[in-house]
Design a binder for this molecule. Sequence first.
Ligand code: 5GP
Ligand code: MN
Length: 337
Amino acid sequence: MPTSDLTTLQKLLITPQKIIITTHHKPDGDAMGSSLAMYHYLKQKGHQVHLITPTDYPNFLHWMPGNDDVIIYTESISKAHELLDESDLIFCLDFNALSRINDLGHYIKQVTAKKIMIDHHLEPEGFENYRLWDIRACATAELVYQFITEIMDDNRLINEIIATCLYVGIISDSGSFRFPNTRPVVHRIAADLMEKGAKNGEIHQLLFENSTEQRLRFLGFCLHEKLEIKPNLHTALITVSKNEIEAYKITTGDTEGIVNFALSIKDIKMAAFIVERSDMVKLSLRSIGDVPVNEICSKYFNGGGHKNAAGGNSTESLERTIQKFHSILPEFSAYLQ
Ligand code: 5GP
Ligand code: MN
């Protein structure tokens, strides 16, 4: 049974340990921000630490401190297995089910190292030995801040590098402090991180004003050609085929955030971005207020997430997936009035 009593873990961390940090498939700003912050913190404490991501991640995160040390599992499988075999502890950040990390999850399941899950998503699977789990947290980075400052009592060890990584995590998952998950404490943490050296303006610029020309033209194409609105159900969707992705030379991370443009339309309560990838169709759903997009994703699209931001996938064709999406809307019409 996983335990929330972290005093044993705290004691374990008094002596140097071999530690692996990992995070979810196609890591986003919170996944990388919280993982790199933990990486720099644990190294500072004298542990031997490696960060292994299940897959590659967006270019707009490559500037982050520690990026060059990241091991991408799909590119270094045997090295990753070796490190996992000899590890004492595995920190699992920003996910709570091993299925979210693909094949890496199967491997982690059978290694003997103790697992620590730090996460803010609903319905944890319970694979871990220790957990720091709170769905109120705006980001896993907020929980890593809590881990360092409260559980480890190490606020003074948060330097500019760690502060920057945590700040990236928080602004990525709170929509730069505008989503409802932004509790007052999030601003207090952000203020502390700025005092420790996180540069608000510079970080925003590196994350959000670093687009390639291709990506911006692709966004224009999505909004002009691919946006569909269902006014009666207050729903907007953008669907993109594999050919269109290839025509615009779209890479990991280039589609991130496009769904929010659809949600920004007046009176729209739910937005979907449905994209055909090489091995599956991926859905990203966002909503305002009570519309439970996590329920839609878990019930119909093998996924989950938060009430207002969730994702899933389908192994059916793009056309059939779009049809399915349309066909389930009436079930949620009470939320979409
Ligand atoms: P995104 O739409 O940006 O890929 O993901 C939005 C949210 O939904 C994130 O919190 C993410 O963790 C969750 N999510 C995305 N895809 C999946 C999925 O396939 N399974 C589950 N359980 N959650 C997902
Ligand atoms: Mn997160």
